[in-house]
Write a protein that binds this ligand. Sequence first.
Ligand code: GAR
Length: 200
Amino acid sequence: MNKNRYRIGVLTSGMSRGSNLLAIRNWFNENQLPVDISFVVVTHRRAPVIERCQYFGLEHIFVSTKDMAEFEERVLTLISEREIDLIVLAGFLKKLSAEFLEKAAIPTLNIHPALLPKYGGEGMYGSNVHKEVFRNQESESGATVHYVNKCYDEGEIILQRKVGLEGCESPEQVAERVLKIEHETYAPAIWEALQRHRKL
Ligand code: GAR
């Protein structure tokens, strides 16, 4: 394996469309940085992200989350076999255990579609977040990339970017604005974390 490059593994879910995955891939390519997406774990046979993986030649591996202990065991094996430097959650919604995070011994990052610590926690994901933000008539929202710890959305923040919500007339419009910011935020945050934990 090429030791001069970083390797990341991506975990997704049935709701993942793969838009962040693609933005990450494109940003590292465009900036000619030594980062490869080694694998994309998919947890649903019909997840929209699969089509994107196929189209862009990214290896996807199906791992069921029905039994989370088995899921974590399988991902730990992948981390070790592929010599992964960092795990990226892209729409992955299950809680990872403290034991998994400790055994993995590499940073695990998540992107959340709001300005944490607001609008975080169990059940706050995807459209649920944007509905709440819209209901509360917030003037801004944004994207937060943070380390994953054993509590939902509570790990240390690496990068947060805001977006104004003037003129947004629905939660869907909020989601659209936030997603654009997510795409600009995730890859630079991953790069920052790789530098902090530098092994090359
Ligand atoms: C993203 O909007 C991400 O912020 C959200 O899932 C979506 C995945 O979309 N994650 C969470 O809400 C986690 N709490 P994508 O597959 O198009 O990147």
